[in-house]
Each structure stands twice: as structure tokens, then as C-alpha cells.
Design a protein around this ligand. Structure first.
Ligand code: GLA
Length: 390
């Protein structure tokens, strides 16, 4: 038995009295290599699941109670609720995520016939932009599927997770996070066309380099970020473009077509937002082609360009993420570095040559501490599989 499995089972026993009859599950976190803020614009994304994520210990009850405990929020103790207490937009703590998924299953005609006890432990830093919430959503879906016999595929788990995030937690997120987590595959990134959910696994062959996540430790939540605002700016820009060109989403445009029609967008800020969405989608196509051709240098350059666009045109970086990326670019042996996820805090992702990893952590870490006033954390990560029963 793995160390973590033993640890979560022991905790379940301590909190709920006995661990008899429980099952243990895991769902990963994710990092997006490139293709940021493209998923709600009908574009492409290129994320991968990680080997860090969320562990869940679950057991059905005979009544309708729901009893939750998180090892990441121990001070909250057991949070009690019940199957008739789903309040979209109304839950004030982490249980909003598992409850949102239970509610979403019910909305789709899959009603739990009894409650459960659920203990969670996540080894993804909370609110870091590595999708701890989507990880909890997909994990909950995988648990419900297994315990209640609901017939859903992993892709359904992604869609149900997104639905719960949109309608229960009121964050208008795209499909990327839940999809990357539910469909994760070891050592592969997922090249996903968000306009039709067609996808392809692309082996991430880094030839003597590693993926390093730098966590800014600036806390953020999507709800209080400007995420929904960016999304609506893109929707308005699309509506303006649709007056002059026949498209369903910004993802259908290439750079030249965008340049030709961009004047239809009446406002300079919205033009920049749309430009990012279009160019970032095209960069993602180029980056995947470069990776397939074994051209990691080109992949890295596209990552850097992605950050610049997110900084200057989409304006979702902030001084913390800019410092992480810009300091990374200075370090010899860094192939590429950019913010990842929604932005406004959270993490950056870098591809760093093996021999440069220590130097990277030291030099970016020192510069960050000096400029920002508190420390960043660094994780050398591996690409893992989707949800599993342990
Ligand atoms: C968050 C959302 C995703 C995606 C990214 C930005 O992670 O949940 O759907 O929009 O931001 O690329």
C-alpha cells in the first residue's frame, strides 16, 4: 500500500470512527503547456495531467447525510450536509466542489440513493492554478460512478465537472481543466480541439529536460478573478466580428484573417483580447507540430510568446507571474517558460534542461523573493494518468 493511501485511510478511521468498507480513489491535477484562454473561444489547448492530485476515501451511508472532511482544511472539521441541501452558488467552503458534482449528476438524472462519507487529501497546492478544484470535481464524479453505478465515461466526468463549476459554483470556465484531468495519460499531453472535443495524445518527449512548476504563492480563486470578465470581452468581440465575417468562434480565425477584420471590434481593449485568443490558438497548433517534429527549442519559444501575449494583450499575468517568467528566461538551460492556467496569480510552467534545474530554482527563487517579498515554491513534475481506484 502506498504511503499516501495508508495515511488517508488512517485519517478516515480517526475522523469517522472506522475505515471498514471504504474505497480509495485518486484524480490528478493538471498543467497546461500552451493554449491559454482559448478553451472558451473554440480554440485548442495542450494540457497534461500530473502525478500530484487529490486522494479521496469514500463510503456510502444508509441515510441521506453527506459528511465531508478535508485534510487540507482540517480546522473546518467534519462538514455536514445532506442530499436535499444543494444550494447552487450558496456554499461557502470547499464542499461546494463535491456537492456541485453530486447536484450535477442529479440534474442529469443520476440521483444518489443514499449519502456518503468523504475524506479528501490534495497534494496540489490549493488555488495555485494547477486545478485543485477540477481535480476534486473529477474525483467526485469517479467516486459516484463507482459507488452508485452511474454509467458515465471519463469524458462525461469532464463535462459533468464543468457543468457543476459553471452552474453550481458560478464560474464560467471552459472544458480544459476537467478534460485534462479526466482524460489524462502518462507521459502525454492532450491536444484538444475545444470546438468539437476531438483530441489526440501527444507524447511529451523532453530529451534531457524536465517540467518545472513555479508557484507564485499569490492566492487566487477563479470566482474573484477577472476570469468571467475576460470571457465576456471575448464574446462581445466575437459578436462584433460576426457582423463582417462568418465564424462561430474566435478559434476559427488565423492571424491574417483576424488582421483583415479586426477593425470591426469597436474597442481597443477588446481587440487585444480577441487578438490573444486568435494568436494563442495558432501558437498552440504550431507548438504541437514543433513537439511532434522533435523541435523543443521552437516549442519553448512559443511558450515564451504565449506569456508575452497573456501579459500584454490579455492582461492576466500580474507582477508575480511576470517575475517568474521573465526571471526564468534569463537562466541558461531554460527552453521555455510561461504562466499557466487562468492567471492572476497561480503558477508558471517551464521546460528546463536537467543540468539547469537546480540553478533555475535558485536563481528564479532568489529574484522572486527579492522583488515580491515572499518565496515562490518549485515542483519538478511528471505527467500522469486520469482518475483511478487505488
Ligand atoms: C482556467 C479555466 C479553464 C481555462 C483556463 C485558461 O483554468 O478553468 O477552462 O479557461 O483557465 O486557459
Amino acid at each position: 500500500m502506498s504511503e499516501i493511501k495508508a495515511k488517508v485511510l488512517a485519517k478516515f478511521q480517526e475522523v469517522f470512527g472506522t475505515a471498514e468498507g471504504t474505497k480509495v480513489y485518486f484524480a490528478p491535477g493538471r498543467v497546461n503547456l500552451i493554449g491559454e484562454h482559448t478553451d472558451y473561444n473554440g480554440g485548442h489547448v495542450f494540457p497534461c495531467a500530473l502525478t500530484i492530485g487529490t486522494y479521496g476515501v469514500a463510503k456510502k451511508r444508509t441515510d441521506g447525510k453527506l459528511r465531508f472532511f478535508s485534510m487540507n482544511f482540517e480546522r473546518l472539521g467534519i462538514v455536514e450536509s445532506s442530499l436535499d441541501e444543494f444550494t447552487p452558488g450558496g456554499d461557502k467552503n470547499w464542499t461546494a466542489y463535491p456537492k456541485g458534482v453530486m447536484w450535477a449528476f442529479e440534474q442529469k438524472g443520476m440521483k444518489m440513493d443514499c449519502g456518503l462519507e468523504l475524506l479528501l487529501f490534495g497534494n496540489i497546492p490549493n488555488g495555485s492554478g494547477l486545478s485543485s478544484s477540477a481535480s476534486v470535481e473529477v474525483l467526485t464524479g469517479a467516486i459516484l460512478r463507482d459507488l452508485y453505478g452511474f454509467e458515465v465515461s471519463n469524458q462525461d466526468l469532464a463535462l459533468i465537472g464543468q457543468f457543476s463549476e459553471n452552474k453550481y459554483n458560478l464560474v464560467n470556465c471552459g472544458i480544459m481543466d476537467q478534460f485534462a484531468i479526466a482524460m489524462g495519460k502518462k507521459d502525454c499531453a492532450i491536444f484538444l480541439d475545444t470546438s468539437n472535443l476531438k483530441y489526440e495524445y501527444a507524447p511529451v518527449v523532453l530529451k534531457g529536460a524536465k517540467i518545472v512548476i513555479s508557484c507564485s504563492n499569490k492566492k487566487r480563486g477563479l470566482g474573484d478573478s477577472k476570469y468571467n470578465e475576460r470571457r465576456s470581452e471575448c464574446e462581445t468581440a466575437l459578436a462584433e466580428l460576426q457582423k463582417v465575417v462568418d465564424i462561430k468562434s474566435l478559434g476559427e480565425l488565423d492571424e491574417a484573417t483576424f488582421e483583415k477584420y479586426q477593425d470591426a471590434i469597436q474597442d481597443e481593449v477588446r481587440r487585444k483580447r480577441a487578438k490573444h485568443a486568435v494568436y494563442e490558438n495558432q501558437r498552440t497548433l504550431k507548438a504541437v507540430a514543433a513537439l511532434k517534429a522533435g523541435n523543443l527549442e521552437e516549442f519553448g519559444k512559443l511558450m515564451n510568446a504565449s506569456h508575452v501575449s497573456l501579459r500584454d494583450d490579455y492582461e492576466v499575468t500580474g507582477i508575480e507571474l511576470d517575475t517568474l517568467a521573465e526571471e526564468a528566461w534569463k537562466v541558461p538551460g531554460v527552453i521555455g517558460s510561461r504562466m499557466t492556467g487562468a492567471g492572476f496569480g497561480g503558477c508558471s510552467v517551464s521546460i528546463v534542461k536537467d543540468e539547469a534545474v537546480d540553478r533555475f530554482i535558485q536563481s528564479v527563487g532568489e529574484a522572486y523573493q527579492k522583488k515580491i517579498g515572499y518565496a515562490a515554491d518549485f515542483y519538478v513534475v511528471e505527467i500522469g494518468d486520469g482518475p483511478v481506484i487505488l
